[in-house]
Design a protein around this ligand. Structure first.
Ligand code: NAP
Length: 324
């Protein structure tokens, strides 16, 4: 039986990846950092909480990484742990760099020391392209990160490549474009919108305050994207892959589809609040996933409309249940 260790197991992708790996016959271990309240809500939502073995640890504490690797004896490590919210990275730049950049060095260094044959996946991001001049980004597009989050992720991305080139380790990175689900963090724009729709629909809010409505993103479904992570670690050679749908729409269009799904007109509820704007925005991101499709046979299966419907449905139910 293959063993996998997931850092960031309590996050959105950690939960979907746990489910996928368990269904594929893996024994799944998850790194669980100490918090004062439980963080396994997403694992429970996907009904895998009782089958994931949690190990105490934090990616900023290298000793704990060594102990987690010794405890799990993994064949594969998926490094999903991050301060993952771009907006917070301006307010907590040092922490973001510690977790996202130094944390990745810690994980790779622990693998090198404990068992360099372990296969390693790094959660890189389309935010690394940032202020890109190319309308569609692929593995060869230049990077221009625009936030402390993206800069730290770019450091982790190059560290991953450097460990491969320096030590011959099977270390690869997926450059994933935005991907969402009903368990996306509530602060992210997609979930903020679907939660806002549910709150308006149930009479708990009269408007939804938003930042830049013209930002364009390529949104996919987390359940599809974790399949690409696993495929990368089953490949013959470690490489970098863009994972995206190839369709980008504005935040405004996301609002329109989400409100319309609940029978509402977004223009009656969405208010632009300039105070929500970011110090340096990324205007548009759209990915070309031709390489991962051709080399690893990956395909997304969920349309944007289906994804938004899934998220609005889940939030309508959650808000209704909370009211009862
Ligand atoms: P998420 O829901 O925010 O999950 C982040 C996870 O990291 C949580 O489990 C969190 O634990 C954990 N974590 C934070 N600091 C840690 C630390 N110091 N030590 C150990 N664990 C720590 O993020 P996600 O959406 O699942 O994304 C997964 C990864 O993919 C992240 O690295 C993200 O930056 C990257 N990514 C995401 C997207 C996207 O659109 N979702 C796109 C590209 C790349 P707690 O539960 O204790 O907070």
């Amino acid at each position: 039986m293959r063993h996998a260790l997931i850092t960031g197991v309590t996050g959105q992708d950690g939960a979907y990846l746990s489910k996928l790996l368990l269904e594929s016959g893996y024994r799944v271990y998850g790194l669980d950092r100490r918090t004062s309240t439980p963080t396994t809500e997403r694992l429970h939502y996907l009904e895998v909480a009782d089958r994931v073995v949690l190990l105490d640890g934090d990616v900023t504490d290298q000793g704990s990484m060594v102990r987690a690797l010794e405890g799990a004896e993994p064949d594969e490590v998926y490094n999903l742990a991050a301060q993952s919210f771009v907006g917070s990275s301006w307010r907590q730049p040092v922490l973001t760099t510690e977790v996202n950049a130094v944390g990745t060095v810690n994980v790779l260094e622990a693998i090198r020391l404990v068992n360099p044959k372990i296969r390693f996946y790094q959660a890189s991001t389309s935010e690394m392209f940032g202020l890109t001049a190319e309308p569609v980004q692929s593995e060869t597009s230049p990077f221009h990160p625009r936030s402390p989050y993206a800069i730290a992720k770019l450091c982790a991305h190059w560290t991953t490549i450097n460990y491969r080139e320096s030590y011959g380790m099977f270390a690869c990175a997926g450059i994933l474009f935005n991907h969402e689900s009903p368990v996306r963090g509530i602060e992210f724009v997609s979930r903020k919108i679907t939660d806002g729709v549910a709150r308006v629909k149930h009479g708990l809010a009269t408007d939804l305050r938003m930042g830049n409505l013209q930002a364009k993103r390529d949104w996919g479904f987390s359940g599809d994207y974790v399949r690409a992570m696993r495929l990368m670690l089953q490949a013959d050679d470690p490489r970098e892959y863009v994972v995206a749908t190839g369709r980008a729409v504005t935040v405004e269009e996301f609002c329109r589809i989400a409100f319309a799904y609940a029978g509402l007109d977004w223009r009656e509820y969405v208010r632009v609040d300039p105070q929500i704007a970011r110090p340096a925005d990324v205007p548009a991101l759209c990915g070309n996933a031709a390489k991962v499709k051709a080399e690893l046979g990956w395909q997304p299966t969920t349309t944007l409309e289906d994804l938004i419907a899934m998220m609005v449905e889940a939030d309508l139910k959650r808000v209704r249940d909370e009211r009862c």
